[in-house]
Design a protein around this ligand. Structure first.
Ligand SMILES: NC(=O)c1ccc[n+]([C@@H]2O[C@H](COP(=O)([O-])OP(=O)(O)OC[C@H]3O[C@@H](n4cnc5c(N)ncnc54)[C@H](OP(=O)(O)O)[C@@H]3O)[C@@H](O)[C@H]2O)c1
Length: 327
């Protein structure tokens, strides 16, 4: 597995680095924030629940201090003396509400002039069919449309930093194997089956979005990720909290995790590598897809096809414009 120790460390006093991590209060996002913070970043968690995010911030700071103490005791060399913790702040943002996304961007732009890394991490998975108040299917908006708007609104700040855009997709995007068209009304029964296809559609769109961003904005390093099968996050909670059958799903997910899974922290390593590694460059890596631990991987042929990516891009621009959001 990739070692985050090999990545650059920054001193926030002399070389300020800024990151935004959506959904950084839980699961993979929690460890993503921890590592960025330990590498000296000022990290903004964009999240929807202030209690959860503030609690996570306290826990992350505690964990980082514990690791630093241990680390300094073990290896008291020149290199470790040059390590500094960053800062962590909370910004309210609910991805099911496009206006909330805009408000978060405005708030952030008032306090920061540049953004080194935007991590579109937050998502929901396999929920029952539901339309948001903006008129998008809930998985499509949370996992793709809102991150699209967020990324384009923050783009000038990312460009100002020669920064990076890292967006979490999923191995599950491979379920989208036949003809490509973004279908908002993919509401067939049983939900237990078709909800996974809606997740796949949203996560395929994320890979296409990353490819299009790399073409349209070649000065920003844009990467998408499958973090690994990480079964102990809250992503599965809709299924495990179902009455009676929830226990069955919990056991099923634990079994999958036991044989094929990685820990929450290991799940964050692909993101950390894509966010920080100097080995990844604009010339050779822009638009690429990485999987567990930051290994370059080929996405599905549907996600890889640039005609599909262009049609998804145009669809999204029109849908946002129809709702009063010009990008
Ligand atoms: N776990 C896996 O096996 C796996 C596999 C492939 C891909 N991924 C991807 O990895 C990423 C992280 O997933 P995870 O497993 O760490 O899941 P998680 O623990 O459920 O974390 C998801 C985060 O997204 C936030 N979120 C959800 N809906 C939101 C909304 N409307 N507005 C703002 N924030 C919202 C959640 O906030 P709350 O705490 O407030 O709900 C939470 O912080 C996701 O993109 C997921 O698709 C995960």
């Amino acid at each position: 597995m990739f070692d985050p120790e090999s990545l650059p460390y920054y001193n926030p006093e002399t070389e300020r680095k800024v990151a935004v991590v959506t959904g950084g209060n839980s699961g993979i996002g929690w460890y993503t924030v921890l590592h960025l913070y330990m590498h000296g970043f000022t990290v903004y968690i964009f999240g929807r629940n202030s209690n959860k995010v503030n609690k996570a911030i306290d826990e992350i700071i505690k964990q980082a201090k514990k690791r630093f103490k241990h680390f300094k005791k073990e290896e008291n060399d020149e290199k470790t003396k040059e390590r500094y913790l960053g800062n962590i702040y909370y910004v309210h943002m609910d991805l099911t509400d496009l206006k909330s996304v805009e408000r978060a961007c405005k708030k952030f732009s008032k306090v920061e002039t540049k953004l080194d890394v935007l991590v579109n991490n937050a998502a929901v998975m396999a929920l029952p069919f539901e339309m948001t108040k903006d008129g998008f299917e809930i998985q499509l908006q949370t996992n793709y449309v809102s991150p699209f708007l967020l990324s384009l609104r923050l783009l000038p700040l990312i460009e100002a930093a020669n920064g990076r855009l890292v967006t979490l997709s999923s191995l599950g995007h491979n379920l989208q194997q036949v003809h490509w068209s973004l279908d908002q009304n993919f509401n067939y029964k049983p939900n237990m089956i078709f909800t996974w296809f809606r997740y796949a559609m949203a996560k395929t769109s994320v890979i296409q979005f990353t490819k299009m961003m790399a073409i349209k904005y070649p000065n920003v390093l844009c990467l998408s990720i499958h973090p690994g099968l990480v079964m102990n996050t809250n992503l599965f909670s809709y299924w495990t909290r179902l009455p009676i059958v929830g226990m069955f799903f919990w056991m099923l997910f634990q079994l999958v995790g036991y044989f094929f899974g990685v820990s929450n922290e290991e799940g964050s390593l692909a993101t950390i590598k894509c966010a920080l590694s100097p080995e990844l460059t604009l010339d050779k890596d822009n638009g690429k897809y990485f999987s567990t631990g930051g290994v370059e991987t080929k996405p599905s042929h549907i996600a890889n096809n640039l005609d599909n990516a262009a049609s998804t891009w145009i669809w999204t621009i029109h849908e946002l414009r129809d709702r009063g959001f010009d990008v």
